[in-house]
Design a binder for this molecule. Structure first.
Ligand SMILES: [Zn+2]
Length: 196
């Protein structure tokens, strides 16, 4: 359990991990804090966007939809590996998920299956939306996978978490399939190696 980083610390952590960061508008104060709590933070959640094109993807993740207002994450990880910061604080990315999964993330234990939607994830997770159609065919370029690894590792490094604090949306919320096209187990192994 930890207090969230400040926006400046978050930005520095990403840059220190070697990422190229694009700051979008007033990302530091664009959030949903008026709708609920942000923190304590317990982990990092990875998503895919089901969108095509970086500009449109970043815009959607910043602004959201009428039914789901933005920001929809903290950072958008584009196919070229650049991380676009669209919000900071509570964001609409994780929805309701499984309290047993949250307990496992906190304890950094093996994940149980996600079969309940009873816990506010937006309070507890940093979120990265990754530009991908999510059809299982749209490729995940090496630069993008490396950026996912680095972004998650940067946050784990700051909070002294292990790679077990990084989960996919599909491991949190019943019915979700993202991210699709790479293995979260393999991604956690990469993050583990990076944190050594
Ligand atoms: Zn998602």
């Amino acid at each position: 359990m930890s207090s969230p980083m400040s926006a400046s610390t978050f930005l520095d952590a990403l840059k220190d991990e070697g990422l190229t960061v694009v700051q979008v508008g007033a990302w530091r104060t664009h959030n949903r804090n008026h709708k609920g709590p942000w923190g304590p933070v317990n982990g990092v959640m990875i998503h895919h966007t089901v969108t095509r094109g970086t500009a449109a993807t970043v815009r959607t993740c910043r602004d959201g939809y009428p039914s789901l207002p933005g920001p929809l994450c903290h950072g958008v990880i584009a196919k070229d590996g650049r991380v676009h910061l669209v919000g900071y604080g509570r964001t609409n990315h994780a929805g309701l998920g499984d309290d047993d999964v949250l307990r496992a993330v906190v304890a950094e234990k093996r994940l149980p299956s996600d079969n309940e939607a009873n816990t506010d994830g937006n309070r507890h997770f940093y979120g990265f939306e990754c530009e991908n159609l999510g059809d299982g065919e749209d490729p995940w370029p090496p630069a993008q996978l490396e950026a996912i690894e680095k972004a998650a590792a940067a946050i784990c490094r700051h909070h002294h978490w292990t790679s077990r604090s990084v989960i996919g949306h599909r491991e949190w919320q019943p019915g979700k399939v993202d991210p699709r096209g790479f293995s979260m187990t393999a991604m956690r192994a990469r993050i583990h190696d990076r944190l050594k």
